[in-house]
Design a protein around this ligand. Structure first.
Ligand code: ADP
Ligand code: MG
Length: 477
């Protein structure tokens, strides 16, 4: 949409109010839904998922750049997961001070000691980006991080295009509405899960979604289940407690939960310390990891997605280890890296501390956590680093250049929140899937994307946190 036309639309308050009401109905019609904060374990009453009123313009070249690098990222994650020496070296400092990562690492070592039984590997990941203008005037995408565990929103993302198309049509923007492309990550995610199930080779075995009790994003998960049901594959939803109570391994290490054989454990919980409510939950994780079931992800792939590994990958020469004799691939992947800096107890780490304290607004300080709301920005960096700068505790963090995207204006629509024109920042994630059997990569695809937008008042993001809103890219050349 031409910028002038967009600005005119944004100022037409009565039309905006009409569009907002219609958008909610459209969301209901298309199953673009989330549970209510006050009843997270019930679908009796639900609401529309948070969404921007209008799609956000994205340069087509940047969209394609991120899409095209995804299959390389899939291979990268897969190769890291098969390289215990690299993981050991990369995480050595972190695990001395970060208990959660240390615990995961211990499971990794136990699995290696017992020997990996299952040669089928299933990876579902999402690489997230922002884009910014560089000094030379060129725009480029910069990776925020790659998620290898419980990547969300692949189901619900498929519902966003229709909602935005409806809004644009009612706003009289017929042509723009036709520029919103289809996006069906759930189909691709489910296809990979189904492939792993098929290779496991038992028609009676089921796919177990490991879930938490209170799930805001239930529809997102059900959309993926629905794709599996279409292929006549049975799914079940279980919690860590269920696995602790009724999970067993038979003599061949096949996993049974509630007497059902499990072909694939698809983790949709287990990435935060609070997901493990007791020692029993940790024991259940270990049992699943040691079983013959395909794990999505397995423990080594989980560790490959840590922020510390991301930082180590940005060191000179490290990508070459995983892509030997493929300088073009190395270049393509490296082009998406933002500056990443170690906080290890060496001279390099001391330099990072000094740099962060001198210009905190240029950086983000990140602990080894997932799920949003954990990162540290601006003056808070000085406060946190001030306390830990001389002790090994600083090694629990990495430092990253803050990506500075150009804001766009939009209205943000969320239950119970007033509709107001906001300065917004957007991020795009691409879903990658791969299946490997032994040495054969039988699937390696980019299956769709997720666009999220937040008000520039917020530094961190996360839809469940109440900060970000689902969105669509409106590609322009
Ligand atoms: P988490 O694993 O908790 O989701 P992320 O690294 O993905 O942590 O960061 C959460 C959010 O914080 C991102 O979605 C983004 O909005 C913001 N963010 C993270 N890293 C940066 C960065 N380097 N520059 C700007 N914003 C960032
Ligand atoms: Mg993340």
């Amino acid at each position: 949409m031409a910028e002038g036309r967009r600005n005119e639309l944004l100022m037409n308050k009565s039309l905006i109010n009409e569009l907002a009401e219609m958008a909610k109905d459209s969301a209901l019609m298309h199953g673009f839904l989330v549970r209510l904060k006050e009843s997270l374990n019930s679908s009796e009453v639900v609401t529309y998922a948070p969404i921007t009123l209008f799609p956000t313009p994205v340069p087509k070249a940047l969209f394609l750049q991120a899409m095209e690098v995804q299959t390389h990222y899939n291979i990268l994650v897969d190769k890291i997961s098969q390289d215990p020496d690299f993981l050991q070296e990369a995480l050595a400092s972190t695990i001395t001070v970060d208990d959660f990562t240390a615990r995961l690492f211990k499971i990794h070592q136990q699995v290696l000691k017992e020997g990996i039984l299952q040669s089928i590997v299933l990876g579902l990941n999402r690489s997230d980006y922002m884009w910014e203008q560089e000094e030379n005037g060129h725009s480029s995408v910069k990776q925020i991080e790659i998620n290898t565990f419980s990547v969300g929103a692949g189901g619900i993302a498929s519902r966003i295009p229709d909602v935005h198309r409806n809004i644009l049509k009612v706003a009289g923007q017929l042509e723009e509405s036709q520029h919103i492309i289809d996006n069906k990550p759930a189909v691709g995610l489910a296809k990979a899960v189904a492939k792993a199930w098929e290779l496991y080779g038992s028609k009676r075995a089921v796919i177990m979604f490991l879930v938490k009790e209170n799930e805001f994003n239930i529809v997102d998960q059900r959309i993926i289940e629905n794709e599996l049901w279409k292929g006549n594959i049975a799914t079940m939803r279980k919690r860590f407690e269920n696995v602790s109570e009724s999970g067993k391994l038979d003599e061949d290490k096949r996993l049974f939960v509630d007497r059902q054989e499990v072909a694939v454990v698809y983790f949709r919980t287990g990435y935060m310390p609070q997901d493990y409510k007791s020692e029993k939950a940790w024991e259940a994780r270990l049992m699943m990891e040691c079983s013959l079931a395909v794990k999505c992800p397995d423990i080594s792939t989980h560790l490959a997605g840590t922020k510390k590994v991301q930082q180590v990958l940005a060191k000179p020469g490290v990508l070459e280890r995983f892509f030997p004799n493929q300088p073009q691939v190395v270049e393509q992947v490296r082009a998406t890296f933002a500056g990443l800096y170690t906080l290890d107890m060496r001279e390099e780490g001391d330099k990072t501390v000094a740099m962060a304290l001198a210009t905190p607004d240029r950086f983000v300080l990140k602990p080894q956590r997932e799920g949003g709301g954990n990162n540290i920005y601006g003056q808070d960096i000085c406060e946190v680093l001030g306390k830990v700068k001389s002790s090994p505790e600083r090694m629990a963090y990495i430092l990253m250049d803050k990506i500075q995207p150009m804001p766009t204006q939009n209205y943000l629509l969320r239950r119970g929140k007033p509709l107001k024109l906001s300065n917004c920042l957007s991020e795009l994630g691409f879903f990658g899937v791969y299946v490997r059997q032994g040495k054969d990569l039988v699937m390696n695809d980019c299956v769709g994307y997720l666009m999220r937008t937040k008000s520039s008042e917020h530094s961190d993001s996360g839809t469940a946190l109440g900060v970000s809103y689902f969105d669509n890219p409106l590609l322009f050349s």
